[in-house]
Write a protein that binds this ligand. Structure first.
Ligand SMILES: Cc1cc2nc3c(=O)[nH]c(=O)nc-3n(C[C@H](O)[C@H](O)[C@H](O)COP(=O)(O)OP(=O)(O)OC[C@H]3O[C@@H](n4cnc5c(N)ncnc54)[C@H](O)[C@@H]3O)c2cc1C
Length: 377
């Protein structure tokens, strides 16, 4: 059924919110999207995308743009800290035989691709704007915006991320983000010719990796245990990141280390997670993406499950013949187990890395999670 009589508000213009706007416009809904950042910027270096994410991008209609502006490749190479290759994790071609099983792209580039698709789909995007009040009524939701406008909606989608104000306003007992005890450093660097796919060096507690984001660039990520979530002075970023890689004697990694400098766009991020217990909707307000299930990046699947939420929500709304409670219940039951798996398995991988724990368990969880992600949504 077409959603052409429905008016839907998306709060938050990240990957999940943009995907929701694109898919709901395809179903004919009138979609407003409000994004609090007047510049609609995306922070961070690169982002790794698995085969399931590429499948979701294909359905959104932006796979070609990703392949042209990012990098796609097969397999993840695992090395010892001094260099030897120990294994190559296969990455199944989930998006189709013609598309490699994974890839990466600069975050601002992916955000721009999705922003262009959101506008092209006909969503009404308002930047520098958010909700001031959400008032659930019998036949809709009355939303007052920070610019003074008011509008009635059939559905409001909270996609405003880990520190969501929609979650806070609508779910008074919702959990808060929890610090994982691990932090990640990321930087953008020139890509040496030998780096053709995602590549990691398995230190006992520190795990550096690189992933090509284009023909000429790659991003570096380094996870490290940090018992407390204290401020780190940006003036120390270059020296700290270089020091973390000191003990890795692999010649390729040492060459990469020598490239780290003030122009490397270094981003430091303490890792937090959140899994909101069900229900994920109240009345006509539903939460998607990091707003309800923010994962640490160990399976590189946070963006994936957020974008998939948008696809499944649009499917269920289109199939429900106007029965909103049934659509929201069906959405949640299709999404819960997959999202729980990603958040909890990622958290466990982080714990094993912090403790320098069981490598067998680590690779078993990686393998099982990658297989589960290949399942249809
Ligand atoms: C260090 C790190 C590395 C990661 N690496 C990967 C990876 O390699 N692969 C992967 O798939 N995932 C990765 N992730 C996860 C991924 O980044 C997130 O899951 C994804 O960005 C979530 O998208 P989202 O749209 O749900 O939320 P967000 O990206 O947080 O977007 C929320 C949007 O809402 C806006 N907003 C906030 N408050 C309001 C408000 N009150 N009103 C209106 N708008 C608002 C924000 O400005 C933002 O645009 C990583 C995460 C971290 C922390």
């Amino acid at each position: 059924m077409s959603l052409s009589s429905q008016r839907i508000l998306v709060i938050g213009g990240g990957f999940s919110g943009m995907a929701a706007a694109i898919e709901l416009r395809k179903q004919g809904a009138k979609v407003d999207l409000v994004e609090i950042d007047p510049g609609w910027r995306s922070y961070g270096a690169g982002i790794s995308l698995g085969g399931a994410t590429l499948r979701a991008l294909r359905r959104l209609g932006v796979l070609e743009a990703f392949l042209a502006q990012g990098n796609a490749s097969d397999g993840v190479n695992l090395h010892l800290p001094h260099g030897p290759l120990v294994a190559t994790l296969p990455t199944p071609r989930i998006a189709g035989d013609d598309v490699p099983g994974g890839g990466a792209i600069l975050r601002p580039v992916l955000a721009r691709i999705l922003a262009e698709a959101t506008r092209a789909a006909g969503a009404n995007v308002r930047l520098g704007c958010t909700f001031a009040a959400i008032d659930q009524q019998a036949d809709g939701v009355l939303v007052t915006f920070t610019d003074g406008q008011r509008q009635r909606y059939d559905l409001v989608i909270g996609a405003d991320g880990l520190y969501s104000k929609v979650r806070e306003a609508v779910f008074e007992n919702a959990p808060r983000p929890r610090y994982s005890g691990q932090a990640v450093w990321r930087a953008v660097l020139p890509r040496p010719p030998e780096i053709e796919t995602a590549t990691m060096w398995m230190g006992p507690q520190i795990k550096p990796g690189v992933n090509p984001v284009s023909k000429t660039e790659m991003y570096l990520f380094v996870t490290e245990p940090r018992p407390t979530n204290d401020h780190v002075d940006p003036a120390t970023f270059v020296d700290t990141l270089r020091a973390l890689l000191e003990g890795f004697t692999a010649p390729t990694l040492q060459a990469i280390r020598s490239q780290i400098g003030p122009d490397s766009q270094i981003v430091y991020r303490p890792l937090e997670g959140l899994l909101m217990p069900r229900p994920w909707s109240r009345g006509r307000v539903v939460l998607i993406g990091d707003t309800v299930h923010a994962t640490t990046p160990h399976l590189a699947s946070g963006a994936c499950i957020g974008i998939e939420d948008a696809l499944v929500l649009a499917d269920e709304l289109a199939q429900s013949a106007g029965d909103m409670p049934a659509a929201l219940a069906a959405f949640e039951s299709r999404r819960w187990e997959r999202c729980r798996m990603v958040v909890e398995n990622s958290a466990r991988l982080g714990e094993i890395e912090i403790d320098g724990g069981d490598k067998e368990e680590h690779s078993r969880i990686m393998r099982e999670s990658l297989m589960a992600l290949a399942e249809p949504i």
